[in-house]
Design a protein around this ligand. Structure first.
Ligand code: PSV
Ligand code: MN
Ligand code: MN
Length: 386
């Protein structure tokens, strides 16, 4: 029996989004939580707790301007003092009145330039934080047929992206995230992996696709997209989360654990967890009703557990069954791995590495939640609903 090389577990690193630690909600209500961070420094301290207890999350993504500070070098040092590095810089062109009818796609050159300048400012931030990736997600789109020229918007988008890409240095990358709807309801300018792929391919080698698992129509075979993008060498990163209906931003692996298994199978199969892989795993989640730090701990553990199950797939037997046309046999090999309870093995693995065998229990026992609830009064909102 040959299984996947389980050094994939050693290579597993999951980036936490700063905004997961802030209060968030829906357009109906944002519920506050005691101890919610008031500053990006406090968000980083909370992220450090997740890494301290799991050993899985050494980097934190920032969202600009949500996480704007005067001194990014100081912020990077602060993260370093907490055992973390600053990761992906996410741009934000969706909360400014000027972008009502688009940002990088806008018909007005002044608005387009403002959006481009925002991305250039994000690249400057990356220089100071030591971040590799600029992640672009655009809310650009239209609601009514005729409202905008679909083709013209694509042309302007290509031109704006090319201008931004010229400023990306040799050790940096641009990742373009797609989403099939929301906030636009008719046309979204980067709705699918094909559109993102077309744009990043035109830009060059250091431009890649970002796949957010919540950004597809129900029923989409996401693992197929993963396999295809890896095959094309253009899968740059994941935004992991799970969903029952739309872009719910729930804990990864919560709504459909089997889907996460199938996705991670293709990631491992395609070399996405090999040493030096270009695929960055990130979370993009909001914890509206559950506690945030345990929510992040649960999330990274879910990814680790599912990766461990994938590593158990008997790859020799699977290939043999596939080539013999043994449909049920091949399927059983996948299901045997999926149904294996890897939790005791991972608890032992953690203990051997000086980590708590049960990170959630260790967090509950740590008293950290009480300390931050006493210290922090008046938490900030993460600014994004579902
Ligand atoms: C948009 O739905 C998105 O997935 C983008 O990644 C944003 O940056 C993020 O959500 C904000 O939570
Ligand atoms: Mn996302
Ligand atoms: Mn999203």
């Amino acid at each position: 029996m040959t299984t996947f090389d389980d050094t994939v577990l050693d290579n597993l690193e999951i980036e936490l989004p700063s905004w997961a630690f802030g209060n968030s909600g829906t357009r109906f209500k944002v519920f506050g939580t005691p101890g919610t961070p008031r500053t990006i420094h406090e968000k980083i301290a909370d992220a450090a707790k997740v890494h301290e207890l799991t050993g899985l999350a050494p980097t934190v993504a920032l969202h600009i301007p949500w996480d704007t500070v005067d001194d990014y070098r100081e912020l990077a040092r602060y993260a370093g003092d907490h055992g973390l590095r600053l990761g992906t810089i996410n741009s934000n062109t969706f909360q400014d009145d000027d972008y009502k009818f688009g940002s990088l796609t806008h018909t007005d050159k002044t608005v387009r330039q403002k959006a481009i300048d925002h991305h250039l400012a994000c690249i400057d931030v990356m220089g100071e934080t030591g971040s590799r990736d600029l992640k672009i997600w655009l809310a650009d789109g239209t609601n009514y047929p005729g409202q905008g020229d679909i083709r013209g918007r694509q042309d302007r988008l290509a031109e704006s992206l090319a201008t931004i890409y010229q400023h990306i240095s040799d050790d940096q990358r641009l990742v373009l995230e797609y989403k099939f709807f929301e906030p636009a309801t008719y046309v979204t300018d980067v709705p699918d992996w094909g559109t993102s792929y077309a744009h990043v391919s035109a830009l060059g080698e250091r431009a890649m696709v970002c796949l957010d698992t919540g950004h597809h129509a129900p029923g989409t075979n996401i693992e197929f997209i993963v396999a295809q993008l890896l095959r094309l060498g253009k899968l740059g990163s994941f935004d992991f989360n799970s969903r029952f209906y739309a872009d719910d931003d729930l804990i990864v692996g919560a709504a459909d654990p089997f889907q996460l298994f199938r996705i991670l199978f293709e990631v491992v199969r395609g070399g996405g967890l090999d040493a030096g892989s270009p695929v960055a795993l990130m979370l993009d989640q909001c914890h509206n009703v559950e506690e945030k730090i345990p929510g992040q701990i649960r999330s990274v553990l879910n990814v680790q557990e599912m990766t461990a199950r994938v590593a158990l797939v008997d790859t020799d037997a699977l290939t043999a069954a596939q080539e013999a046309g043994d449909v049920l046999g091949a399927n059983a090999i996948m299901m045997d791995a999926f149904y294996t309870d890897v939790r005791p093995m991972l608890a032992e693995r953690r203990a051997k590495r000086g980590l708590p065998a049960d990170p959630l229990a260790a967090y509950a026992a740590s008293g950290y939640a009480d300390t931050i609830a006493a210290e922090r009064v008046g938490g900030t909102q993460s600014s994004w609903g579902a």
